[in-house]
Write a protein that binds this ligand. Sequence first.
Ligand SMILES: *Cc1c(COP(=O)(O)O)cnc(C)c1O
Length: 414
Amino acid sequence: MTDIETALEEIRDRGLYRRMRMISGPQGPRVLLDGRPVLLLCSNNYLGLADHPRVREAAADAAMRYGAGAGASRLVSGNMRIHRRLEERLAEFKGHETALLFGSGFLANTGVVQALARPGEVVFSDALNHASIVDGCRLAGAETFVYDHADMDHLEYGLREAEGRGSLIVTDGVFSMDGDVAPLPEIVELARRYDARVMVDDAHGTGTVGPRGRGSVAAAGLEDEVDVLVGTLGKSLGSYGAYVCCDRSLAKYLVNTARTLIFSTALAPPQVAAAMAALELLREEPRRVERLQRNSRVLREALAEHDLPAGAGDTPIVPVVLGEASAAVDASERALERGVFAQAIRPPTVPEGSSRMRLTVMASHTKTELREAARIVAKAVPETARKAAARRLAEATVSATAGKGVFDGLADAA
Ligand SMILES: *Cc1c(COP(=O)(O)O)cnc(C)c1O
């Protein structure tokens, strides 16, 4: 039996020790962290809806009308009209036939991948996919082929090798630690050619990219081509829970096979009502999305002015790749001393050698706050590391994924 204290010591020695910090108050642009006011640059409350008065009221009202909990799985006695109504609105927003609520994004991914990738088949997974997709692949009876990040030649090689057994290609829409967008048109094209389904996890895409924040799939105009679209209610939609968009027959199949839906309690009414109110606000006020996109550009440009390249694109996920875990932790601690709260991201969340400070922007930040944040982050990164950061940004993705791609060679990362 492994000694727990020894295992913890090993984690500390490798610079990978994690602890939870205490936040007081709602997820606004500024919060109290362990009692100290700081600028918050690591929340997924992208559109400022988690603390919006209408969203809070909807949750409170639902608690008074329907109670605090759903009481059972949806297949038992937990299925209420508000669940169905939110599913209809989400399907309409995303441009799919129907939608199915799940307890969380983690549960949706593990449940859906496990249900769709059956023994004898092969599932294809991007090397930088979210941990919940990795675990879904592990749970599935199918083989897994991990293709190099966004590498379409590698994906095609795998599809060819699978000789018709390829059943599912799964990818993040917006990658959670890098902020880049998956090459969806190419993925869809390969899926068509090799007769596989496409599943996109747009946890970070909804509310941040695409027309009116409808996500990476809508941005590429591929609503009719993507078979399964996963989204979370916990990020832009300011609540908790998740949903899967698909066609009606697939939804029925999931109700009968997705273990994380069948054997888990339905979403609580306040969570459902909060997400519904947030979705309404998102539809009424597209300017929130525009403001978020503008803010993402402001932060990237400000970092570049301080010689801190943070990758292309206008998603709100802005990585400053620094290499070793200790470099990322030191930079994040120094930034915090000066009042900027952004997490150091280390293995196994990202591959070895690509530890980073990951900044996330919210629509509710002001330009001044973001420029100030860039100045403080730049100060927190030593001159040498700053120079190397540019090089590492280019290398990180490549070195992170090189050598993978064997069948069942699942990335430990993510
Ligand atoms: C956050 C996240 C999830 C998990 O969603 P939860 O609702 O928080 O469980 C899944 N996939 C990606 C890409 C994510 O970023």
